[in-house]
Design a protein around this ligand. Structure first.
Ligand code: FAD
Ligand code: NA7
Length: 538
């Protein structure tokens, strides 16, 4: 029994991004546990440590892309623009780590390669790439859902003589100023990079597979006094965020596109276009864009017309115009489509003219053209959600690996616990909430803390039953099928990785509903998560 066995730590946290940092703080400082966090990077910050590409930033507006758990931290917070750039988010997290004196309990440069559960002792043994090994009663995997990089296997990739980088592994010494740069990928990352790179490079070649819908971000400096005014309203702001759908700090629309005249619809879309923000455009304008094909087409049509108005070369405009539904994670950028009016920017549709190979000098496309490059950037995204889990050797009950348990698809109960892996808690695991993620992970970290508290109090182990896990998977699938998101291939369903099964990976009912479920589970004594000891033994 775990309580009678001596372990190196009470709890181990893996990952030192937003989630791991907060989890370490709660377990160590509020629950008095012996905790260590392990991070494979040489610095803290997770996403914001790794993603140092030009243009890297949050597209959640500044007031809402931060922790809300500490009043003092909120009172001292500051921002200068509508969105926070990567260096400032990283600096914020560095401050948080110092403020709560967390650094001494974070072991950097340490990749956890294995986690093995001992059923008799009810403890986990954690192994690192350097060959260290540590025992613990609880493990929190705060591995990040967008942290395992995806680099497509393009023929000739190893022959390139210039610099070849993935946006999430941007080297500190790489400058693109005055260079000939190519970028593959036009998702959230690719479009951010394109806007920033177009200002610096001699020439930019954009290799686009599917055209994207991007709306303006409305980025710019904040008005004088705005920060103080917002800070004064933080209590009500967080109340709203936690009870909303997407948790982006605005009230979701309650009207359908069919509730208004075509003129009024146009006015609402235009107002959202002028205001900026991708989630606002999709969820703040009307309540049916993500669920009704007609409504979706109305929004898509508005954006397509904007592309036509903006992009001067008709052929480039055609290639930039999406034809699929507007149903990926909504994007926003500052002047994205305008970039293609610049002389030094060229768009190549690799849907119509595929990449054949990477050569020592650049990229050759099917039309025979060799695009010569000094730097080739992969903005090709991530093996999202379960990617980092499958890269580790995680063994639960009976030596079962997480890969075996997830042979069909990655699953969990509440995005937090998965059957057969006792006292292992995931932050942003499969089928967690699809929202602004810092408030979402705060909610999960706090729930995990209360689960561990309960386990300590009752001497039990925490583990989802297969039954509740299966029910949750069906619920997530049902909710997803009610939306249009499954109609396009994206990382939200694991459909961006060749060979990866297209499956539901998120709970799409929103933050308020998710919190409601967690509250109910807690009220019922963590039903489905704490099995009576006799049942575990059986
Ligand atoms: P991460 O920040 O990904 O941290 C996970 C950490 O775990 C990493 O540091 C990783 O190195 C470490 N790790 C993983 N495996 C191991 C291992 N085996 N051993 C040791 N350490 C390990 N979300 C939003 O809500 N709004 C946004 O605007 C937004 N913008 C984004 C922009 C970009 C470019 C990207 C990539 C993501 C963005 N996200 C955004 C999502 C973002 O990942 C989350 O908001 C948040 O940062 C996740 O924090 P985390 O701690 O859960 O994970
Ligand atoms: P995304 O959103 O997965 O975008 C990846 C982009 O790379 C997208 O345009 C893909 O085209 C393209 N891609 C992926 N694989 C290939 C191959 N094999 N060939 C050509 N092009 C390819 O990742 P991001 O990093 O932009 O954003 C992920 C999240 O991080 C984002 O939602 C934010 O939350 C932050 P496709 O569109 O699939 O045709």
């Amino acid at each position: 029994m775990s309580h009678t066995v001596t372990t190196d730590f009470d709890a181990i946290v893996i990952g030192a991004g937003f989630a791991g940092i907060y989890q370490l703080h709660l377990l160590r400082d509020k629950q008095g546990m012996r905790v260590r966090a392990f991070e494979k990077g040489s610095g803290i910050g997770g996403t914001w440590f790794w993603n140092k590409y030009p243009g890297a930033m949050s597209d959640t507006e500044s007031p809402y892309y931060r922790y809300s758990f500490d009043d003092g931290l909120l009172a001292d917070s500051n921002w200068t623009r509508k969105y926070i750039n990567q260096p400032d988010i990283l600096a914020y997290l560095e401050d948080v780590v110092d403020r709560f004196d967390l650094r001494k309990d974070i072991q950097l440069n340490t990749e956890v390669t294995s986690m093995v559960f001992d059923e008799d002792a009810e403890i986990w043994t954690i192994g690192t790439a350097a060959g260290e090994s540590f025992t613990t009663r609880y493990v929190v995997t705060a591995l990040g859902l967008l942290a395992a990089t995806n680099i497509p296997a393009i023929p000739g990739i190893d022959t390139f003589e210039g610099r070849l980088v993935h946006t999430a592994q941007w080297p500190d010494d790489l400058s693109i100023e005055g260079k000939r740069v190519g970028v593959i990928g036009t998702g959230s990352t690719g479009t951010q990079f394109i806007v920033a790179a177009a200002r610096q490079v001699e020439h930019l070649t954009v290799f686009q597979r599917n055209a994207q819908y991007s709306v303006p971000s409305g980025n710019g400096p904040v008005e004088p006094g705005e920060v103080e005014e917002v800070k004064g309203r933080f209590p009500e702001i967080w109340e709203q965020v936690r009870n909303s759908g997407v948790a982006f700090g605005f009230q979701e629309s309650t009207i359908a596109t069919t509730d208004v005249t075509p003129e009024e619809r146009e006015r609402i879309f235009q107002a959202a276009w002028d205001r900026g923000n991708g989630f606002y455009f999709m969820f703040g304008t009307f309540n049916d864009i993500a669920i009704s094909e007609e409504a979706n087409e109305a929004a898509a049509d508005f954006i397509r017309r904007k592309i036509k108005e903006t992009v001067k070369d008709p052929e480039t405009a055609r290639l930039l115009t999406p034809t699929l539904p507007y149903a990926k994670r909504p994007l926003c950028n500052h002047n994205y489509y305008d970039v293609y009016n610049q002389e030094n920017v060229k768009l190549v549709s690799i849907k119509e003219n595929p990449i054949v190979e990477i050569t020592p000098k650049g990229v050759r496309t099917a039309d025979g053209v060799e695009h010569e490059l000094d730097v080739l950037v992969f903005a090709t995204g991530f093996d999202a959600v379960d990617g980092n889990y499958r890269r580790m050797n995680i063994r639960g009950r009976g030596g079962m690996t997480v890969d075996e348990h997830w042979a069909d698809a990655p699953t969990s109960y509440l995005g937090i616990s998965t059957a057969g892996f006792p006292n292992m808690f995931m932050v942003l695991g499969p089928n967690g909430p699809f929202t602004n993620l810092v408030p979402a992970l705060e909610v999960q970290v706090e729930f995990i803390s209360s689960l561990i508290e309960e386990a300590e109090r009752t001497g039990s182990v925490i583990e989802a039953t297969q039954e509740v896990e299966d029910e949750w998977t069906v619920l997530c699938r049902t909710i997803a099928d009610y939306t249009l998101f499954p109609k396009t291939d994206s990382w939200i369903f694991g459909a961006n990785i060749p060979g990866k099964k297209n499956t539901v990976m998120f709970y799409l009912a929103g933050m308020g509903a998710y919190r409601g479920v967690l509250a109910e589970v807690k009220e019922k004594g963590f039903e489905g998560l704490i099995a009576p000891r006799a049942a575990i033994a059986a």
